[in-house]
Design a protein around this ligand. Structure first.
Ligand code: ADP
Ligand code: MG
Length: 495
């Protein structure tokens, strides 16, 4: 394609990936992120999802005679945001081109896209795959409009065309063929998904098609030139993505092993059979007769505009995770978990602001809370326990008012809506730890008076006997004694 699209590094410099039956897997992604503007990329028609068919396509979207496209600034700004987030070059001047093809859902006969000079050039996405940091280089990201949709109504044996989606703004994000396994490809897609939603340029709704990936897959013997690729279109769930790429790798290796050659093709994944199926042989650029769109001037982006957008960028997840490690002493792993979404990170921040020790807040959020959210399939923003309540609860653990065990009871009462107030639950359920050493000493004395055997064994050097005594005291206090305090007092008394 263009001169920036060189794959030299795929041939050299990159370590060989894990082999599958002696073959190296090569994957490159093209992702369509639907930009979250209220109106279309070149018209004022609405982009809202789910409207009655053909109620949201206007004359401009259909390129009726006499209409002219007008660039939506919001779409350009979103492209700039992505470029800034991924360390790309933002072209001061990029060009819209017409990609000509015939299809029922494209009544214009062409799609407005960018070809030779895209708005976003280069950059990379970095993420962890297990303990290993991976970097996938981007070739480019270009602005384009979406087409309409063909709806096949099997029950009446007819197909209909819904043009509502025509003209919806897309950013197509293209990587170098840098990925070396299915797991790496899915991790890349997850990271990209996280970034586009984090910086607010795409709602990330995969079911509605707001984020769809095309996976280009080929295999080769290590050291051989790149193999012929097949492109799996429109993967709209991470689960299908994994199944489709895995199947495709197995299929290609099988073909080669049986002496056949891979033909470049566009394939579809069928979730029902778990197989990929060739849809058409792949066209190349020449088939599309690209030419600069005469209706649109080149897109000029001034340096000041880029700086304004930069000033409004949020802290990115990787930077935020790094800060959590530095500032709160969290592990890399926990910090990454907490920065899965802005909502989760805000929840953590708010709990810490409410007085929670950061490490404990992190444990509760990535443990108990994540488990319950998962179980009930709800988002952190709908968690029945607020960050302020969690902060208060953790404070009560830290100041020794309650034990960890008692905290679980309080948490459950908050989660199930039994009460809204941490202190009220502690009071009502009598969960306060016994921290009055006078009362504790009374219990300890009583336990010591009736457990001479354990005392003798302890003095004879048996640690187990000491633990048994602690257990007796805890039991006598109905679990309310502070274990650390019991330990200290017992040790002192036993000399
Ligand atoms: P096209 O213009 O035909 O879509 P591109 O050259 O733009 O082709 O490449 C499209 C995608 O395919 C890119 O993500 C690229 O990384 C990937 N790709 C190219 N060659 C291979 C290959 N041999 N194996 C796997 N992926 C590849
Ligand atoms: Mg392409």
């Amino acid at each position: 394609m263009s001169e920036i699209n060189t794959f030299e590094a795929a041939q050299s410099g990159r370590p060989t990936g894990p082999l599958v039956r002696g073959y190296e897997v090569i994957i490159g992604f093209e992702t369509h992120a639907q930009l979250s503007t209220a109106s279309k990329i070149f018209s004022r028609a609405s982009t809202a999802f789910g409207a009655e068919p053909n109620t949201q396509a206007c004359a401009v979207d259909l390129a009726l005679p006499g209409t002219l496209p007008v660039m939506n600034k919001g779409a350009v700004e979103r492209a700039i945001r992505l470029g800034l987030a991924l360390g790309s070059h933002i072209a001061p001047r990029s060009v819209f081109a017409r990609k000509n093809y015939f299809y029922p859902d494209l009544p214009k006969g062409y799609q407005i896209s960018q070809f030779e000079i895209p708005v976003v050039q280069g950059g990379s996405v970095s993420f962890f795959l297990g303990d290993e940091e991976k970097t996938v280089r981007l070739v480019r990201a270009h602005l384009e409009e979406d087409a309409g949709k063909s709806l096949h109504e099997d029950f009446i044996g007819q197909s209909g065309i819904d043009l509502n989606r025509a003209g919806t703004p897309l950013l197509e994000i293209v990587t170098e063929p840098d990925m070396r396994s299915t797991a790496e490809a899915v991790a890349y897609a997850r990271e990209l998904h996280k970034i586009v939603t984090w910086i607010g340029i795409c709602d990330g709704n995969m079911q509605e098609g707001s984020f769809r990936c095309d996976a280009n897959v080929s295999v080769r013997r290590p050291g051989a030139p790149l193999g012929t690729r097949r492109e799996i279109k429109n993967l709209n769930s991470f689960k299908f993505m994994q199944q489709a790429i895995d199947y495709e790798i197995r299929w290609q290796i099988e073909e080669i092993e049986e002496g056949r050659q891979i033909q470049q093709a566009t394939v579809l994944f069928d979730p029902d059979t778990g197989e990929t199926r060739a849809m058409r042989t792949k066209e190349d650029a020449a088939d599309y007769r690209y030419f600069p769109d005469p209706d649109l001037p080149p897109l000029a982006i001034a340096a000041e505009w880029i700086e304004r957008v930069r000033a409004g960028m949020p802290e990115l997840p990787r930077a935020m995770a790094e800060r959590y490690v530095q500032q709160h002493g969290l592990s890399e792993y926990d910090a990454t978990q907490l920065t899965q979404s802005p909502a989760l990170a805000s929840y953590f921040d708010a709990a810490v602001d409410a007085g929670a020790a950061p490490k404990l807040a992190s444990n509760w959020i990535t443990g108990e809370i994540a488990r319950r959210l998962n179980q009930q399939d709800i988002a952190i923003t709908d968690a029945p326990v607020t960050a302020a309540q969690l902060g208060k609860l953790i404070q009560r653990i830290s100041d020794d008012t309650i034990s960890n065990n008692a905290a679980r009871t309080v948490f459950d009462a908050l989660w199930t809506g039994e009460s809204q107030d941490v202190d009220a639950v502690i009071e009502a359920k009598g969960l306060k730890q016994m921290s009055d050493s006078g009362a504790l000493e009374t219990i300890i004395d009583a336990v010591l008076a009736t457990n001479q055997k354990n005392i003798d064994e302890y003095r004879a050097g048996k640690d187990k006997a000491f633990n048994a005594l602690v257990g007796q005291v805890m039991k006598a206090s109905q679990g309310k004694a502070n274990p650390a305090q019991v330990n200290a007092l017992l040790k002192a008394k036993l000399g």
